[in-house]
Design a protein around this ligand. Structure first.
Ligand code: SF4
Length: 397
């Protein structure tokens, strides 16, 4: 972590998002999040879109381009999970070492003249060590909210606790947390949802064998030589910063109850610790969707963001079955009567016909922490177009 950059108050300015501003979104913010256009009531959540950590990371990439003219500027992987933003940086000359935009074989060519940017999600310890060996200049945009669970995992390792992570095993942030634990000689286990947490709890209670537990989880979900009989004696929980907050709370309670069932209430404090590490932006955006649904009619919700963005995916799940939620990548997902969206239950991208009800309709909108305002504004315009309503968007949208 580059502490000088972290404490630099230039990054506190919310208008760092200047390059992705939308006139329509600014008008919605000024109007209290509601505009009526013909038969459509557009309602935006009170909190959505670029978070402080993303604003900061994007600004730091721009600064790196400005501060290191003539040098190769690399991103270790996607800076955030939004294809538009990564494509913009690629167009500005930033190269990628890994991920969908990567230059194959580039890692072997790195040297002291190169600048490598670590994304907001952080990076695996072994990747950072590889950069240090290559002698590159490192710009670390790791979000301070991601550092918090990292600090806690180090404490768990020092105290002899196994870290149980509520997260997605292939997500960069969780992979970095696992790598940190392993580098300190500790052990970890990753559970993605309630079902996987229940397998873990059944093992703690002695109802499922350790071998069955490990056989059901992805190979990367457990640390090397993980021995459930030994390594589940003392566990401490953290979570990926962008998970569904209600699910994290439920999983923590499940694991605690399993430990109490095994050790008894009085001894559980010796063998169980927890820390909810959902970040403020994720919590605020999820709370805002709930508030939106409680404060007025809502026929459907449109969620805008990258399909591999964890926080965006979870915004689609917040409302449960109360109203249909459609997770779209951008305005091109909407073509009149058809909407192309990610189904949260299967993870597949599907097309739904007849998604927009006839007559008066209240459409809620929100966007993930890695979604620029411009994209959300364009999606709102496309929804109005699909409803046969002129947008009359303010200039600059
Ligand atoms: S979503 Fe949270 S953890 Fe991720 S960059 Fe934003 S503030 Fe940081």
């Amino acid at each position: 972590m580059d502490d000088d950059r972290q404490s630099d108050d230039r990054y506190e300015d919310p208008f760092q998002r200047y390059s992705y501003r939308s006139g329509l979104i600014e008008a919605l913010r000024e109007s209290g999040g509601e505009l009526v256009r013909g038969r459509v009531t557009v309602r935006t959540a009170r909190s959505f879109g670029f978070c402080w950590g993303v604003d900061r990371a994007v600004a730091m990439v721009r600064d790196a381009l400005r501060d290191h003219p003539g040098r190769r500027i690399w991103l270790l992987d996607q800076i955030i999970h939004n294809p538009r933003v990564n494509a913009d940086f690629k167009a500005m000359g930033v190269r990628f070492l890994d991920g969908p935009f990567a230059d194959p074989g580039a890692v072997a060519t790195l040297g002291p003249d190169d600048v490598v940017i670590i994304p907001a999600f952080s990076a695996k310890v072994e990747d950072v060590e590889r950069l240090e060996r290559a002698g590159v200049t490192v710009v670390d945009t790791t979000c301070p909210w991601v550092v918090r669970p990292h600090r806690r995992t180090i404490k768990y390792v020092e105290d002899g606790f196994t870290t149980v992570i509520h997260g997605l095993v292939h997500h960069e942030e969780t992979a970095a947390s696992c790598s940190l634990v392993a580098s300190r000689g500790g052990h970890f286990l990753v559970v993605a949802d309630r079902e996987q947490a229940e397998w873990l709890c059944a093992t703690i209670r002695g109802e499922l064998s350790g071998a069955d537990l490990l056989g059901r989880l992805a190979p990367e979900a457990a640390s090397r030589d993980f021995d459930p009989a030994q390594h589940l004696r003392r566990v401490g929980t953290i979570n990926q910063t962008t998970m569904l907050a209600s699910e994290t709370r439920a999983i923590e309670a499940m694991i605690r109850a399993a430990i109490v069932a095994r050790d008894g209430e009085s001894d559980a404090h010796e063998s169980f610790r927890e820390l909810n590490t959902i970040c403020r932006a994720t919590q605020d955006n999820q709370d805002a969707v709930l508030a939106l649904s409680e404060s007025g009619p809502l026929d459907l919700l449109v969620v805008v963001g990258g399909y591999d963005s964890s926080n965006t995916r979870n915004l689609t799940r917040v409302g449960g079955d109360a109203f249909p939620s459609f997770h779209v990548l951008g305005p091109e997902a909407i073509d009149g009567d058809v909407i192309r969206h990610r189904d949260p239950s299967t993870g597949q991208v599907v097309e739904t016909r007849g998604w927009l009800p006839s007559g008066d309709v209240a459409v809620g909108f929100t966007a993930g922490a890695s979604t620029p305002d411009t994209l959300l504004g364009q999606v709102i315009e496309r929804v109005l177009e699909a409803a046969g309503v002129p947008c009359a968007a303010p200039a600059g949208s």
